[in-house]
Write a protein that binds this ligand. Structure first.
Ligand SMILES: [Zn+2]
Length: 354
């Protein structure tokens, strides 16, 4: 079958790959809508870990169930489901330690397009359908469901780990799709004031729409100074990092409050080496600032919860989909759109014939 693969670092293309083989708890699915994401761009063009040759890419997908294994209870062929980007193996013994994302091995929860063939193909396997696939509630659109599988859950993970209390001032660094959902998550978590950091006009408009009270730009000078000035020198209660290079890590520590501040990171820092920890604003190791680093929450219940947020009108993630293409051949074009980020792009969706 045809699939869009990573041939070698920096080189993508189409390949004929083996058909997925059904497992007793598994399901074979056909993608009907997919989205490439910045992490696919990192996988291909970033200096990440060595990947298997002809690795099938992609982890954001809404799909139709084609076949289910003999032990699957909740899903039947023909159903349209949301496929979480993060798919923990709930039978892994490390799960019993509540280690949902790194049970038994680092990043074991991130399988699709990494240690297991991804979704940019004619068909793919989910090894454990009942614990992984998410039911899409009535009234939730394809675009909305597709945004829930990674973008919404990742942005919300950033907000959840930021220890936000009613009335807090929260900075969100980076207002790509994840940052925009972190803004929405911070608002829903009770932040009174949300300072979003970014400058692309389309993203700035969206940041206000999702709940930012101010949008700050690097173009107007040092971002730490801007935040400190607007918070009377105290800094923010929480800083959520959703984008940027290594220096944003130090900036986040600089601008979060002593004693009670939390830095929550869901950003991917590529390459090797160390992230900078500023000694001065870090209180020389005694600032009382909490740093929380996290991979997105995944699995069935989590994504069904995100879909419930959409169903009951708490979030409108469909407006993140600024570009729509159709046909599996356009997956390549979509990946390059995510890499090159034209001014009006936030997220691109590719629909495939059912
Ligand atoms: Zn993604």
């Amino acid at each position: 079958m045809k699939a869009f693969v990573l041939k070698e670092p920096g080189v993508v293309g189409w390949a004929d790959v083996p058909d997925p083989v059904l497992t007793p708890y598994g399901a074979i699915l056909k993608p009907i809508a997919v989205a490439p994401c910045s992490s696919d761009v990192h996988t291909v063009f970033g200096g990440g870990s060595r990947k298997a040759p002809n690795l099938v890419l992609g982890h954001e997908c809404v799909a139709k169930v084609l076949e289910v294994g003999e032990l699957v209870q909740d899903f039947k062929p023909g159903e349209i489901v949301a496929v979480p980007a993060i798919t923990p193996n709930w039978r892994d013994r490390g799960i019993q330690e509540c280690n949902f994302k790194h049970a038994s091995a680092p990043f074991s929860g991130h399988q699709l397009g990494r240690t297991q063939p991804g979704v940019f193909s004619e068909r793919f396997l989910i090894p454990d359908a009942d614990t992984t696939l998410a039911k899409i509630p009535e009234g939730v659109s394809l675009e909305q469901a597709l945004m829930c599988v990674d973008v919404v859950t990742t942005g919300f993970t950033g907000a959840e780990n930021a220890n936000i209390k009613f009335g807090d001032t929260v900075v969100v660094m980076g207002i790509g799709p994840i940052g925009l959902m972190a803004v929405a998550g911070a608002k829903l978590s009770g932040a009174s004031r949300i300072l979003a950091v970014g400058s692309r006009p389309k993203c700035v408009d969206m940041a206000y729409r999702f709940g930012a009270t101010e949008v700050l730009s690097y173009k107007n000078g040092d971002i730490v100074a801007q935040v400190m000035e607007r918070t009377n020198g105290l800094g923010a209660d929480s800083v959520i990092i959703c984008g940027g290079n290594d220096e944003v890590f130090a900036q986040a520590i600089d601008m979060v409050r002593y004693g009670i501040g939390t830095v929550s990171n869901v950003n991917y820092f590529g390459g090797t080496g160390n992230l900078p920890f500023p000694k001065f604003s870090g209180g020389r190791g005694m600032a009382g600032k909490t740093i929380h680093t996290e991979l997105a929450c995944g699995g069935r219940v989590r994504i069904e919860r995100m879909l419930s947020m959409v169903k009951y009108g708490r979030i409108e993630p469909e407006c993140l989909v600024t570009h729509k293409l159709s046909g599996i051949d356009n997956v390549e074009k979509a990946l390059y759109l995510m890499k090159e980020k034209p001014a009006d792009l936030i997220k691109v969706m590719v629909t495939l014939e059912e």
